[in-house]
Write a protein that binds this ligand. Structure first.
Ligand code: AN0
Ligand code: CP
Length: 316
């Protein structure tokens, strides 16, 4: 594996999940693999789970790990070519990424979308340029349109907790006070579509009208506008807010009826969320604190997803 940006970088999905289970069962069996190798984790935006789990994954493999909150502590980055840098940006991505690539053997990079210009965000210019100029294998720590380490951890969590061969997985929109990226639901849909193709799950999506995600991620997934109908009989309900893709970056509804109530769930339904979660806005605290919640299991699995991806990159 030379990069981990989307599910398309995964050759064999089932094998990758099995590998993650093996690594989870025996986390230190490859602790020589990363000897004398450096992992750089570059954040343009905040993070708790991604930062700590990916750092720990590198340490478990014997890597040296450097973390930089570039958004706060780095020079203001320019990405455009052909302009005189006489404004607020101080350093061009060509120089910055080139320098970081010399110090690291693998680079993880987080950059959220602007949510202002859809074409720019969906071109993934920032991630792609960084990769072009740093010249070492790169891992997405959440880019403008995807969060593959999260989706991988989510699939692992589903595989571990399923009680039927082909569980029903439902992605549901939830209310939020702010405009959030589509990266997590895009990526989840992309991974679940692949898992559905491999007969691992059944997948559908529910959201208010106007919150349709880009078809390149949802493909021909069923979209059900009635949440109650969609989540009925679900084995896993994946809760996430996102802003509109069509009316790009806008919050077009904050309808609190879309926050699932415990009595809407059947007893066997498990509830997932990538975190951070706004309690009693996106998800009822009684669900989060109850036995149906898998949020801690998902966050725990972020470590094994990251360690599996690093193992694949280091051994290729
Ligand atoms: C981010 C998002 O929705 O993409 C990160 C989630 C992992 N969430 C927030 O900004 C609250
Ligand atoms: N789920 C997730 O990526 O969390 P952080 O934004 O805290 O890294």
């Amino acid at each position: 594996m030379k990069k981990f940006f989307s599910v398309n970088d995964v050759h064999d999905l089932k094998k990758l999940v099995l590998k993650a289970k093996d690594i989870k069962a025996s986390p230190f069996s490859d602790k020589q693999l990363g000897e004398n190798k450096t992992l750089g984790l570059i954040f343009l935006n905040p993070s708790l789970r991604t930062r700590l789990s990916t750092q720990k994954a590198g340490l478990n493999l014997g890597m040296q790990v450097m973390v930089m909150n570039m958004g706060q502590e780095g020079w203001a980055l320019e990405t455009r070519d052909g302009i005189a840098m006489d404004g607020n940006t101080v350093e061009h991505i060509r120089e910055a990424a080139g320098v970081i690539g010399q110090y690291c053997d693998v680079v993880g990079f987080r950059s959220f979308p602007s949510l202002k210009n859809r074409d720019e965000d969906y071109s993934e210019e920032l991630f792609n340029k960084f990769m072009e100029f740093c010249k070492v294998p790169m891992i997405s720590l959440e880019s403008a349109t995807r969060h593959p380490l999260q989706s991988f951890a989510d699939l692992l969590t589903i595989e571990e907790h399923k009680t039927v061969k082909k569980p029903k997985v439902v992605l549901t929109w939830a209310p939020h006070v702010k405009a959030l990226p589509q990266a997590v639901p895009n990526s989840f849909a992309e991974w679940m579509n692949r898992a559905e193709k491999e007969e691992m799950i059944d997948f559908c999506i529910t959201h208010p009208e106007g919150y349709e995600l880009a078809e390149e991620f949802t493909k021909d997934s069923e979209i059900i506008y009635n949440q109650e109908e969609a989540i009925k009989d679900a084995d896993f309900v994946y809760v996430k807010n996102w802003s509109s893709y069509r009316d790009y970056g806008k919050v077009i509804s904050t309808d609190s009826k879309w926050m699932i109530q415990p009595d809407q769930l059947s007893k066997s339904t498990k509830v997932m969320h990538c975190l951070p979660v706004r309690r009693d806005v996106e998800l009822a605290s009684s669900i989060l604190d109850g036995p149906q919640s898998l949020v801690q299991a998902e966050a725990g699995n972020r470590l094994w997803a990251a360690q599996t991806v690093l193992t694949e990159i280091l051994s290729s």
